[in-house]
Design a binder for this molecule. Sequence first.
Ligand code: SAH
Length: 293
Amino acid sequence: MDFGCIGCHGESSGAPLAFYRNFFEDIWTRCQVYDMKHGRYVLKMMTSSDRRRGASILSSMLLPAALLLFSLAFWSPLIAQNDDAMQQARRLMVKRQLAARGVDHPGVLRAMRTVPRHRFVPEDMRAMAYADQPLPIGHGQTISQPYIVAYMTQVIDPKKDDVVLEIGTGTGYQAAVLSPLVEHVYTVEIISELAERARKRLSTLGYRNVTVRHGDGYHGWKEHGPYDAIVVTAASEHIPPPLVEQLKEGGSMIIPVGSPFRTQYLMLVEKRNGEVRTRTLMPVRFVPFTRDN
Ligand code: SAH
């Protein structure tokens, strides 16, 4: 008769993984007997000593399980507290840095209140995540000040069905802010490591309608165009013509224009009735738009 057999043996030695592997291999070998008559291995019935060994193994598993439960119970409230503190910091940021300076698009304010900026900045910068300033993100690049992100998002007036192109993914934060406001965000980043990290981060945080590509954004991303809106987050010496081409009739592009060490201006580019109109909005400071050689 074939019977299952639970737990046979239980010396705890060596690394935990090796221990459990040995344990299960041991169960397997001890539970098999060779059936001479039929010329095959069958599982034998559990004996009382097998049961005792099984009980001892199970009890040796209780301590790690209890420790795991204890640490979960200990850390969860701290994590929850930290999340509450971050949410509170976001609310204050929206009130003092955005609403107070005239950002009034309800969707933009909602997105800025919801997207966990602290999950986008480097870990050693988390305490500063909601401060009124840009922050370094590695590779000599920066994540823009919250107000600039909100302002640029509001200026393009995002709509539910819009398909948006962003040039300069960086951490993925601007794309995450756009994500709940539009149909899809395509974003291009020239530094491969930043692109890879942003892709993972956005996917972990559940931003399913954002697609990241590594490449030189000067050429836009023709396959998915034309776009309802384009957001450029690095300062270019001129407005790249391929981006203007990939802008839909009726669409808007926001782009910082100027040299790295001189005053740059945020410019709004609009395509209306086949004409391209540009408007200067405000002086800004962005990292430079670089090119692949
Ligand atoms: N929007 C980002 C921050 C942008 S920083 C965020 O929310 O975190 C500007 C980014 O533009 C940098 O990561 C830089 O590497 C990228 N960049 C510069 N020139 C580029 C180009 N030609 N194509 C694509 N990305 C570019």
